[in-house]
Design a protein around this ligand. Sequence first.
Ligand SMILES: [Zn+2]
Length: 150
Amino acid sequence: MKLSIKKGDFVKVIAGADKGKTAQIVAVNADNGRVIIEGKEIGQLKKAKKARKSTDVSGLVNINKSVDASNVMPICGECGKATRVKHALVDGKKVRVCGKCGAVLETKKKEEKKAKATVRKRTKKAAAPVEAPVEAVAEAPVSGDATVSE
Ligand SMILES: [Zn+2]
């Protein structure tokens, strides 16, 4: 089974117990079509594990939840929305693109982190003004501000 979800993707859970939460894919099982997700909001399952080797310790271990791949949608790093994946050819290579804005969905780590930060911001402050642009803050006159705030 070919999945459009890849390890390292940030995804939104669209069905099941964790519906609406965001998570990161830590593993993909192409055989049964399930993905293992990890995230602050997601939580973990406890599993009793018996020591099988002398180096093992018996007890409860935390394991990441797994969900069906169809229950998650990748979050686009460009537009920050959960999207269906489309495919396109770029330089002869098949790449995944966002179905909403057409940006290529990257799986590089740095860009994922950026995407995650954007998503969190938007989900938390849904009603409030979305982002304070960094450039605007930097451009604001320094001299006037200090006196006003005191
Ligand atoms: Zn997009």
